[in-house]
Design a protein around this ligand. Structure first.
Ligand SMILES: Nc1ncnc2c1ncn2[C@@H]1O[C@H](COP(=O)(O)OP(=O)(O)O)[C@@H](O)[C@H]1O
Ligand SMILES: [Mg+2]
Length: 236
């Protein structure tokens, strides 16, 4: 991938006093509570915590998929509370790439077509999108699988397809929510290696969500979330 494809303005992430709660039976259940957090463009941060601690809610709030009840989220100068629908949808499709535990691929469609899809949606012209999708597939070590339907691939290969798809629009930030949750140890390691390579070589901000301490420990900075509240640990 050519670095020129990645916008140069820094997509620094800033959260100030962010809460997301749900009202159930007249009771307020906080998924995340009063979070204040800064992540600089190019950082590799792990978010670690047990099931139900608020990790996915935090990921969705940063990704603009969920709106907090309180507090401010600003990414690359875009204040979500002041942004219009067009700006937010551009942010979600161009600035952020999402990787999910369950891959969320089109099963009967080829690897290349899965990676082309976000480029088609973004209205990228045919020649450019083919070149870009091919490059992303190659970056994930899947060149020889490009024409195979994804349901013929192993779990580890499928997750690499979903990373290639997340990469297709050249995002500045990749959020991976439990990307190794459905993989065995060896394939999980391979997927983490590919993700960290994108951070190291392309300076894409990597937010890696996991309940696995072994996976989190790959990151130079670990945010630990318990009952919706954060502690921030930078490693020496
Ligand atoms: N749409 C929702 N409605 C009600 N409660 C929710 C909703 N989304 C999340 N929660 C609650 O918020 C808490 C955090 O959820 P989540 O962010 O998915 O945690 P994690 O990803 O760490 O497992 C959980 O108690 C969950 O039940
Ligand atoms: Mg989750």
């Amino acid at each position: 991938m050519t670095k020129a494809g990645i916008a140069t303005d820094a997509a620094d992430i800033s959260l100030r006093g962010v809460s997301r709660f749900f009202e159930l039976g007249g009771e307020k259940i906080h998924a995340i509570r009063d979070l204040t957090l800064d992540i600089r463009q190019g950082e590799f941060v792990a978010i670690k915590g047990p099931s139900g601690s608020g990790k996915s809610t935090l990921a969705n709030v940063i990704g603009g998929l969920d709106t907090p009840n309180e507090g401010q989220v600003v990414v690359g100068g875009l204040d979500f509370s002041k942004a219009n629908d067009k700006e937010l949808s551009h942010y979600r499709s161009q600035t952020i790439g999402f990787v999910f535990q369950s891959f969320n691929l089109q099963a009967h469609t080829t690897v290349l077509e899965n990676v082309l899809l976000p480029l088609v949606i973004a209205g990228v012209d045919r020649a450019t999108r083919l070149a870009r999708a091919t490059e992303c597939v190659e970056l994930m070590g899947l060149a020889d699988r490009a024409d195979q339907p994804t349901n013929k691939l192993s779990g580890g290969q499928r997750q690499r397809v979903s990373i290639a798809r997340a990469l297709a629009n050249w995002p500045q930030i990749i959020i991976a929510d439990e990307p190794t949750g459905n993989l065995d140890q060896a394939n999980g390691q391979i997927v983490i290696d590919y993700l960290t390579k994108l951070n190291r070589e392309l300076k894409i901000t990597l937010i890696l969500i996991t309940h696995d301490a072994g996976v989190a420990n790959k990151a130079p900075r670990i945010l630990e979330i318990v009952d919706g509240t954060l502690t921030d640990r930078k490693r020496a």
